[in-house]
Design a protein around this ligand. Sequence first.
Ligand code: SAH
Length: 214
Amino acid sequence: MSQEPPEKMMFQLTLRRRGISDLAVLRTMEEVPREAFVAPGDRGHAYRDSALGIACGQTISQPFVVAYMTEQLQLQKNHKVLEIGTGSGYQAAVLSRLCAHVLTIERYRTLADAARARLEKLGYYNIEVMLGDGFDVPAGAGDFDRIIVTAAMEQIPDNLLQRLQPGGILIAPVGPHHGTQTLVRVVRTESGFERKELVDVRFVPALRGIAREL
Ligand code: SAH
């Protein structure tokens, strides 16, 4: 018999029932301790399939959405991945187990510092947390095999698409800042970009510039 607490068993069942089938993704969702990424008062709810509030008025995404976006990225062990919107660092932790390196960018210093410390403490060593603006990724960071945006963009900026390697995949919630967005998956092909709309989601807005408040 498994010694797993019932809420973690339910967590896996919910992900499977909602259609997550990639075993590497399911295993990673099981391994990454979501309770270490939520606010202390929310630890008892960490394995519910819902978004939760974190500092700076932001949210840690719903586990199903984290798993779904990760699955859609079709990560390989050698991939270099960019995440825009570090938040708690949870999505970055999940990605990091399935690829070579994650650069994750956050516009709030408080969140970036907390995520960096948390990830280091938990032993996720292939993640770089950067304070910055995901609309303005430093050129020195190079190009990426995969890009994941975890804040709502009204449209996908062309300069972000240009940072994808050939064959690369970008996934982002696209739509109005307040309301429902659609997850969009863009594949960079030899000749251009192929775009596909996936499911409806709700994310906090992607805003320009480093936040002036902490
Ligand atoms: N992926 C996170 C949840 C993201 S919430 C997790 O796993 O916990 C969205 C985050 O995107 C917020 O923390 C917000 O501050 C950040 N964000 C919004 N616009 C941004 C931008 N232009 N650049 C970097 N981060 C941004």
